[in-house]
Design a protein around this ligand. Structure first.
Ligand SMILES: Cc1cc2nc3c(=O)[nH]c(=O)nc-3n(C[C@H](O)[C@H](O)[C@H](O)COP(=O)(O)OP(=O)(O)OC[C@H]3O[C@@H](n4cnc5c(N)ncnc54)[C@H](O)[C@@H]3O)c2cc1C
Length: 321
């Protein structure tokens, strides 16, 4: 496959795809690389078979909200396309992807030139162009936009864009252990969501979200502090510990799960601090986007990608006028 492009975006999560979508209308050739096997990033959904039924479990972002008018308009289009729906159990203004959290990202990716399973490893200059090495493959591009979590951006940018790398290195992300559990019968806790300041910060009856099928499933998130305490333990041990924490926190009789798994998000949500510096370096033709540059949420990622696309477009307009 051809790896020469005008704009190369590294990271096909919400931020990267928001930038790609905003730039796509300009006629520029855009390629998006993502190391994942498919769409989602931190808006991930995992398919598992429980008691012979295939179910989808959201183990990353649980829902999203929208304050910005342009993001609200985008969500209305997603709702129209059947890839998002309101989920009042999480709040008046809460939305989820349907039939899984990754559906919105999948929908955006469908009209873009996506390269999955491709991990960008090294950026270098080749004359006036960028060269991005990714395993056996190499891409060349006029403009490179990096839309990955801060800690990963700091590594990619260190040699080629030190000011942006320093900005990324100044951000720390909180980890999150996420437990996925499936049960043959409903768990004895009636509400569909649970939030607290204790070791379990959030839990949700995943199967109660719109357009989900199959047995009762729960997603349980440990707080950043509890996640740090358990960070290096094996996932099976963590899953059992946090399930017990959940039953204790909700004062619910423990039930034996039919399915139990855990996923460790090392960079779940950035502990964002306001930082200064350009999103886009027009001289070098490199830019950065991600929730860590706006706010640690789906909407923050979308807005950040959009802002980066606007910076690129303004510079292109200025250089042609
Ligand atoms: C457990 C958890 C709970 C959350 N809960 C909520 C919530 O309830 N509400 C909410 O609004 N937000 C929530 N969030 C945050 C939300 O998911 C993020 O803010 C948002 O999805 C970030 O999007 P992004 O595009 O900035 O980053 P990501 O989604 O992380 O996308 C970055 C992409 O870059 C790819 N990538 C990384 N490095 C490379 C590389 N070298 N080469 C190629 N590809 C690469 C990754 O595979 C990934 O797909 C939660 C996140 C987690 C993990």
């Amino acid at each position: 496959m051809d790896g020469n492009t005008d704009i190369l975006i590294i990271g096909g999560g919400m931020a990267g795809l928001s930038a790609a979508t905003a730039l796509a209308g300009t006629g520029a050739r855009i390629i998006v690389l993502d190391k994942g096997r498919g769409p989602g990033g931190r808006m991930a959904a995992r398919r598992v078979v429980i008691a012979g039924e295939q179910v989808s479990i959201d183990h990353g972002a649980q829902y999203f909200t929208a304050r910005d008018p342009a993001f609200r308009t985008t969500i209305a289009a997603w709702e129209q396309a059947g890839v998002a729906a309101r989920w009042p159990a999480a709040g008046e203004d809460a939305w989820v992807g349907t039939p899984g959290m990754n559906a919105c990202v999948r929908h955006m990716a469908a009209s873009l030139d996506m390269r999955w399973n491709v991990r960008a490893e090294r950026l270098s200059r080749e004359g006036a162009l960028w060269r991005v090495a990714a395993g056996e493959e190499a891409f060349t591009a006029h403009t490179v936009l990096v839309a990955v979590p801060a800690e990963q951006a700091a590594v990619l940018l260190a040699d080629v864009a030190p000011a942006m790398a320093a900005r990324a290195a100044g951000v720390t992300s909180a980890p999150c252990w996420a437990v996925m559990a499936g049960f043959a019968a409903p768990v004895g806790y009636a509400p569909d969501t649970f939030r607290a300041d204790g070791p379990i910060s959030w839990a949700a009856r995943n199967s109660a979200k719109p357009k989900r099928a199959g047995v009762e499933t729960w997603v349980i998130h440990a707080s950043p502090q509890r996640s740090r305490e358990l960070i290096d333990l094996p996932k099976d041990e963590v899953a059992a510990l946090l399930l017990a924490d959940f039953f204790a926190a909700t004062d619910t009789a423990p039930a034996e799960p039919q399915h139990l798994d855990a996923h460790r998000w090392l960079y779940a949500q950035p502990e964002v601090r306001k930082s200064e510096g350009p999103l886009f370096d027009a001289g070098l033709q490199i830019g950065i986007a991600g929730d860590w540059l706006h706010s640690p949420r789906v909407e923050g990622a979308w807005l950040s990608g959009r802002m980066l696309a606007e910076a690129v477009l303004q510079e292109r307009l200025a250089s042609t006028s």
